[in-house]
Design a binder for this molecule. Sequence first.
Ligand code: ATP
Ligand code: MG
Ligand code: FE
Length: 338
Amino acid sequence: YLMLAIETSCDETSVAVVKGGRQILSNIVSSQIETHRQFGGVVPEIASRKHVESITVIIEEAFKKAGVSPGDIDTVAVTQGPGLVGALLVGIVAAKSLALALDVPLIGTHHIAGHIYANQLIGDILYPALALVVSGGHTELVLIEKEGQFRIVGRTRDDAVGEAYDKVARALKFPYPGGPHVDRLAHEAQDEVVLPRSWLEPDSYDFSFSGLKSAVLAEINRSRMKGETPDFSALARGFQQSVIDVVTGKAMRAAAEFGVRQLLLCGGVAANRGLRETLTALCREANLPLLIPPHVLCTDNAAMIGAAADLKWRRSEFTSLDMKAEPGFSLEDWSVKG
Ligand code: ATP
Ligand code: MG
Ligand code: FE
């Protein structure tokens, strides 16, 4: 079967054509990063307007690249939430119009389920599985007992990892989004400023990164007060090491406690080289199968939305045409019923 998938939850307008829930025929991603960079972050009103400007063109491009015509489509999937309400609405209106015009079912899809099921585009998921979700707005450990059944066992209490990366990057004078720059600098560093690890309570799978971000800012100020130049690369290294230690440490402990058969890394920060390397080494040691999507499938894209929507397609769990955008959509509530 052929699915058209649409993602507009934040600052990427993306449309994909996916065959059989697994095979990507096209996955067009149009990023607005250049537009938002001058403001140092995503401006919601501008994001919506940009989505409106590009959605029709991107849909046409996705069909063309896939070599299929609208009449061939069996279902339309779209990100229903979480995300910016005005941005989500643009994708939802487009998806509803297409579903109505083509007389095919609509599948409202959870953005984070998309990040997780991006892994299904590269391999088979073994259950129970544990997903380590590290993105711009989320940092979560998600237990997936059975296909499509989500239980959040840990989440951030303040900043998401990607958010902390972007804030630290700004302090180190990098443009938005700074995650990749901090990653590169951390690898080039000769020294490391050792920073605190935020483990929280011994049995907790929750996270906290705002203290670490403040520690970086405090170090910069301390150097300046003493008339020294702060060592940005040693700070980037220290920040990255602290983040990696904590997220991989908690993921491995949860994987053991819940007896999962596989670990899934996902979200935009899964593009981080240090994190990929460390988790790969830890999983090899623990003899635990690990899936990590390639970069293009880690950051926001519509193919991952198609991969998650496939769970609902196979169970005929369709969404009514009067559905609304859900800016605070709960992942657990989106679990499959059957
Ligand atoms: P969410 O999925 O939670 O709604 P989002 O969709 O905005 O948030 P993603 O697109 O999944 O987030 O990820 C973007 C984030 O990933 C940004 O914060 C960016 O800085 C970060 N990021 C990208 N590459 C790297 C990297 N190599 N190292 C660290 N962070 C990175
Ligand atoms: Mg983005
Ligand atoms: Fe995302």
